[in-house]
Write a protein that binds this ligand. Structure first.
Ligand SMILES: Cc1ncc(COP(=O)(O)O)c(C=O)c1O
Length: 486
């Protein structure tokens, strides 16, 4: 007799496989508590063009679901798609004919590869042993991760009063150990485009490579420009820009796992390639970080670019920018809120101008209304990565935001509860080492056997509270020691 299956969820491999239909139905249930990105409720993480497009991505991906980009000479199908995507990116970013690059699994892989490439180049050509890189404060965290992974010392460019990198300070930060300078178009925290041309000129004059992180902007800025928007030179047009990363899976609306990294020429690209000659498995070479690379990511990206086309991307850019401007204008009409810096493009963040209005508490009240919004710090704010999905929800978002602000004004104690308290403390506790330790503990907790919890307000507020207590005890002990010495 066939044994009855254990009920899902699967906490061990079931003895007998279950039916596809049953499992597909079960998968629907997993999604029940996810943020509703189809209805434009998320302001990061997803770029959803609609169900029909999602079906197209999966149909295109299915054709190459088992294909592997690991060996470019085996699946020549994938290599051809990659070559075409690289060529399309090179044209879009005004590159010379020599532009050389690959498709990566995402923005982070591209950022990390650039760090590795320029470290190895500096080591090879200039014998740099203690490498450094120069980045604006707003560089995406992937760059900080790359620096940590590859042992690079970070030198941050101080900010000017209008929140851009201070160009006067930049030349002094470059020295013989500098492997690269970074600029973003736009940067993630505030959506501002760094002064790429001026930074690239400084870098070129010092004979140092300059990378542009256009992970966000790569597939929207060119179309904004085609639509007549005046933007500063942010791509290969700027002399001194040696490489660019641009995500297909963001404003390119490709399936997840697709980005480009492009170098001005093949010589710069060479240091990205890993080669091992003595491995018993054979002589091995690889241009990216991954081993196996999913064929579906290539096929869905290739098909998406072909399907949307220049006119489609121009239309998407126009509508997205229109929505962004409507949101920004609406937010600034709410008393006590203002946009941070001068964003150009589909990203921005806003903050409170009123000490009694805690922006993180406003975030909590928005969350309670079903909006998934990222928090930023220095200054504290709420973030928006606007996509085509948000066009239909602008009025609802603004009405909810106004209501959330009113709620927090009526009850300022909301700032001391929920995740607002946690975010507030994480942003402001001066002992960053302690914060780091605590965040690591919280994060490890998420991966505890059984899945842990992702609820910041439940676990970490308590943990952070404990941390604050310990901090207070330490300060009191230090004071007592001082007193005794007197
Ligand atoms: C400017 C910038 N660079 C890099 C990344 C990393 O991209 P990914 O999440 O695809 O790894 C992001 C992600 O939002 C970004 O905004």
């Amino acid at each position: 007799m066939k044994r009855k299956q254990p009920p899902l969820p699967i906490s061990a491999l079931p003895e007998h496989g279950q039916s596809r239909a049953e499992l597909l139905a079960e998968l629907e249930k997993f999604a029940e508590n996810d943020p509703d990105y189809r209805a434009g409720r998320t302001f990061s993480l997803t770029y959803h063009l609609g169900d029909e497009h999602e079906q197209f991505l999966s149909d295109a991906g299915r054709k190459f679901a088992s294909a592997n980009g690991l060996n470019p000479s085996a699946f020549q199908s994938l290599k051809s798609m990659e070559t075409q995507l690289v060529a399309a990116g090179a044209r879009l970013f005004h590159g010379p004919p020599d532009v050389t690059g690959i498709m990566t699994a995402g923005g982070t892989e591209g950022c990390m590869l650039a760090v590795k490439t320029y470290r190895d180049r500096a080591r090879r050509l200039r014998r740099v042993k203690k490498p450094e890189m120069v980045v604006p404060r707003t560089a995406h965290v992937a760059w900080l991760k790359g620096a940590e992974y590859f042992g690079i010392r970070l030198r941050f460019i101080p900010e000017t009063a209008d929140l851009g990198p201070d160009l006067e300070k930049l030349p002094k930060l470059i020295n013989r150990r500098t492997i690269m300078v970074l600029g973003s178009a736009p940067e993630y925290p505030r959506g501002m485009i760094d002064p790429i041309a001026a930074m690239a000129k400084i870098a070129a004059d010092a004979h140092v490579p300059m990378h542009v992180d256009a992970c966000v902007g790569g597939f929207i800025l060119p179309f904004m420009e085609m639509n007549g928007e005046e933007l500063p030179d942010w791509d290969f047009r700027a002399r001194g820009v040696t490489s660019i990363s641009a995500d297909l899976h963001k404003y390119g609306y490709a399936g997840k796992g697709a980005s480009l990294i492009l170098y001005r020429n093949g010589d710069l690209f060479k240091d990205q390639i890993f080669v091992e000659t003595d491995w018993p498995g054979g002589v091995f070479a690889s241009a990216g970080m991954l081993g196996t690379r999913p064929g579906a990511a290539y096929a869905s990206a290739w098909a998406t670019l072909g399907h949307i086309g220049t006119d489609g991307y121009r239309k998407l850019a126009a509508e997205t920018l229109n929505t962004t401007e409507t949101l920004k204008a609406g937010i600034t009409t709410i008393k006590g809120l203002t946009i941070i810096g001068k964003p150009q493009g589909p990203l921005f963040a806003y903050r409170s101008t009123d000490k009694r209005l805690d922006i993180f508490a406003v975030g909590d009240r928005m969350e309670a209304r079903g909006w998934h919004i990222d928090r930023v710090q220095n200054p504290d704010g709420l973030h928006a990565m606007v996509t085509i999905r948000h066009t239909e929800v602008v009025d609802e978002y603004l009405a909810d935001l106004k209501a959330a602000v009113d709620e927090v004004r009526a009850d300022p104690k909301l700032a001391q509860s929920g995740s607002a308290a946690t975010y507030g403390m994480l942003a402001h506790v001066p002992m960053r080492g302690m914060v780091k330790k605590r965040v690591r503990e919280i994060f490890a907790g998420l991966y505890a056997p059984g899945g842990g919890t992702a609820d910041l307000s439940a676990t970490s507020a308590r943990g952070i509270g404990g941390m604050m207590d310990r901090l207070a005890t330490r300060i009191a002990a230090r004071r007592a020691r001082k007193e005794r010495r007197r």
